[in-house]
Design a protein around this ligand. Sequence first.
Ligand code: C2E
Ligand code: CA
Ligand code: CA
Length: 425
Amino acid sequence: MLKESVYREEHQPGAQIFREGEPGNCAYVIERGAVEISSLRQGRKISISQLGEGDLFGEMALIDGEVRTGTAIATEETVLVVISLDQLREKFEHADPLLSFFVRNVLERFRTFQSRILGETEQDSPTAALLNADMSLTRHRERAMRKIRFEDQINKALINGEFEIHYQPILDLRNGTMAGVEALLRWNHPERGLLYPKDFIGFAEETGLIIPMGLWVFEQSCRALLRFQTRIEELGGDTAPFFISVNLSSRQFSDIDLVRNMSQIIDETGVNPEQIKLEITESLLMDNPARAAVTLNGVKALGLEIAIDDFGTGYSSLSYLHRFHMDTLKIDRSFVSTATINGGSMEVVRAIAGLAHNLGLDIVGEGIEQPEQVTLLRDLQCEYGQGYFFSKPVAASSILARIERQFGGHGHSNVTPLPAGQKLQ
Ligand code: C2E
Ligand code: CA
Ligand code: CA
């Protein structure tokens, strides 16, 4: 990330930094010197404050987009650090909605208070009039309220058991059997019906609720894996261990308690960690590689495997695949779905598959919907495939039924027909 450059301004004693009534597009911190803020009332100058080293001023107009309510004049030789509107706006827009609502609210109260002190009635005050007309506070209030309500709903949903996990089979393309599943979160909302991750994961990340939610998913996935594995063993299945893939967002990954909490769940459930793959995205690694390396080493020390999800959509830097010792690479659906109709995409898939294999990674082709896509991925020696062609995400009971068919009675029956013309290896 580029380092923000620091801009400085120098002012001689008596110089005006900004004037009352002007629009404000920056705030200042006094690095050296002194500044007086004053206001004109019925032609009379009223001094509002005397500021010195380390003081911040001009921030109000920057936050609420209103005009300057005072005039700033340097009273000594002064050096100012300038904070631009762009620098602040970006941070403010990404701030927690509750926090920005609080800031705006405090600011509104302060401006009203200031105009009263200066002897204005609320009606006279240009600031108050502008603020009343300003819809942005209402917008911020609504956003904050939505957040509070949603947070409350998510907490209740966790307590009331409204979340559930669906499991999507991941097939071994070499023999057409189910080798594992991916855990995908669903919310059985009492009023809105079944909700998919796109409707709530982003918000859960923004609020940090993804952390308890993610641990719940991890624990449920461990328990489901035990049920699947136990049934496979009861049926005498002798294939490679069944695995479960669990998604992890960047917020979860930067939680310092993640490794400890996962370790505790592994101990409590008695699951074999080598049968669990954590799916993470490239951006999560690239945002803070040093931090990611620490967490990755921690989860690998627990015995968990790591899969890179949605490969090809982000930075697609292959160097870190090796550096971070990944186990599996999932080729994104966008490549798989166009590979059979677009030569360029096919070459990308071929290149990714070749490089991943050279680095010793297994490959999962995601979003397989057509038999030709299975054929292509098999030709490229991709080990696994996942997509609606094989199965949509389904309840745990359907996975158990599939396990019965696959491992029950007649040994390894091929429950999912591979495309015509493809012989089993
Ligand atoms: P993802 O990890 O890439 O998961 C695959 C998504 O593609 C799933 O959507 C799945 O239903 C869908 N999919 C699978 N096969 C096909 C196909 O053949 N065609 C099409 N069109 N789609 C297919 P879903 O369940 O809506 O999940 C969306 C995303 O939400 C996931 O993308 C994952 O990033 C995130 N997510 C899901 N569960 C969790 C969770 O427990 N924790 C976190 N942090 N993220 C989750
Ligand atoms: Ca995934
Ligand atoms: Ca994916």
